[in-house]
Design a protein around this ligand. Structure first.
Ligand SMILES: [Fe+2]
Ligand SMILES: [Fe+2]
Length: 172
């Protein structure tokens, strides 16, 4: 079991100097964190999922086509390893780095924490007009959320549908 980390310094870091708008900015990052917590089954590392939410898109250069922003975020993380991210174990850092590196190019990894990161991001697709596709989610829980329409068109969460999806996977 990992101990919870104070991620506020990371949130302050990514907020500073953010030039782009809300589509890939703080509003999106907060919802990715919220989604990640909804996807956090027992085998998911919450520190990694929460940090992914704030770090995965912060090296975007535009809101348009920019497939390299994941690798850029991952490489930048190496500079933070002994400062902002020093509280992470090597295993946590490795998962966070890989999740950021691959989030634009990999559908699923089979690593529960990384797959939860991917799905947390995909669950925020309604902000750009797409509903999450159950067949393209990385985790079983993410797929169930997509199938039941847990995230609504305005990116809010339907508590009722959330319960139905969790029940389906016998999580409640
Ligand atoms: Fe991204
Ligand atoms: Fe994103």
């Amino acid at each position: 079991m990992h101990s919870p980390m104070d991620i506020q310094p990371v949130i302050d870091y990514v907020s500073r100097g953010w030039q782009l708008g809300p589509v890939h900015g703080m509003e999106h990052w907060k919802r990715v964190e919220r989604n990640g917590l909804l996807l956090a089954t027992e085998d998911v590392n919450i520190n990694v999922v929460r940090l992914f939410a704030y770090l995965h898109d912060h090296k975007r250069l535009s809101d348009g086509w920019d497939l390299e922003h994941g690798p850029r975020a991952a490489e930048n993380m190496d500079n933070l390893r002994h400062t902002l991210l020093e509280g992470l174990t090597d295993e946590e850092f490795g998962m966070l780095r890989r999740a950021c590196m691959e989030h634009t190019i990999t559908e699923r990894t089979g690593v529960p924490t990384i797959d939860a990161c991917f799905d947390a991001d995909r669950m925020d697709l309604p902000r750009v007009g797409y509903m999450p596709d159950p067949d393209r989610m990385a985790s079983a829980l993410g797929a169930a959320y997509a199938r039941h329409g847990v995230v609504q068109e305005d990116c809010s969460i339907s508590e009722e549908k959330l319960k139905i999806a969790k029940k389906e996977l016998l999580l409640i």
